[in-house]
Design a protein around this ligand. Structure first.
Ligand code: 1PX
Length: 215
């Protein structure tokens, strides 16, 4: 058991963080949400330098949110719900065009939230893929169905090139370091509902406050 615990540590950790991010009242606890993202970034870094521009952008967004969390008004940022309430009540969000709050918590989290939808689609494709499945194609399809619509041409182009450098399915599973392909598939089956729930709660919250298009 000790050996298998040790084996899982990487992907299991980030999975647990998203699980932990759901409070009993179904709010999203920012600290754990960010820990989940940090774990994913760590994983991305293990895949190689070609993904550096993606992990840099994600890291900088994680850092912006961590700074709020550790700042003067940190307690207002305990959950995504409290952050939205606090920033809106205090007019700390540029809702229509970039102005005096270009890096609000709401705006920054929206970028990660959109990427979470990509993750959900990608993990589902990975989970149901055949032995000869191509991770690059799964990744590109998921991206085109989600994040791509928010990215300018040059970013889409760079992302498309990076996806081609993804290792094949088996090598990808090895980087995940979870165990046999069957164990990876089982783990993905457990992880996905959590990712979906976190995504949906955030999506409904943002929709309710009309925050889905903030620049
Ligand atoms: C078992 C599989 C796990 C895979 C984990 C991989 C984690 C990937 C983390 C990706 C986080 C991407 C955040 C992107 C946020 C974003 O949309 N930023 C753009 C907009 O921000 P702005 O401040 O300008 O309004 C920004 O322009 C983005 C630039 C970088 C390119 C982003 C491409 C995103 C591709 C996502 C797919 C990652 C591929 C990973 C392969 C496994």
């Amino acid at each position: 058991p000790a050996a298998s615990e040790n084996q899982n540590f990487c992907f299991k950790e980030e999975l647990d963080a998203f699980k932990l991010s759901l409070s009993p009242t179904k709010e999203v606890i920012l600290e754990h949400y960010l820990a989940g993202w940090s774990g994913l970034v760590k994983f991305l870094n293990r895949l190689g330098n070609v993904f550096g521009f993606i992990s840099k952008d994600a890291s900088s967004k994680i850092q912006i949110l961590r700074n709020f969390l550790n700042g003067e008004s940190g307690s207002e940022y305990f959950t995504v719900q409290s952050m939205v309430k606090y920033e809106l009540e205090n007019k700390l969000v540029d809702l229509k065009k970039a102005g005096s709050h270009p890096e609000s918590g709401c705006r920054t989290l929206l970028r990660l939230h959109r990427a979470l939808r990509w993750l959900e689609l990608f993990l589902e494709r990975l989970r149901t893929s055949q032995e000869d499945g191509k991770t690059s194609a799964m990744c590109a399809e998921s991206y085109n169905e989600s994040l791509a619509q928010f990215h300018p041409w040059v970013v889409r182009k760079a992302a498309g090139l990076a996806f081609c450098m993804l290792p094949g399915r088996l090598a990808f599973f090895e980087v995940m370091n979870v165990g046999t392909p069957d164990q990876v598939v089982a783990m993905l089956g457990e992880a996905l509902p959590v990712v979906t729930e976190v995504y949906q709660i955030t999506q409904e919250l943002y929709a309710k406050h009309d925050l889905l298009d903030i620049p």
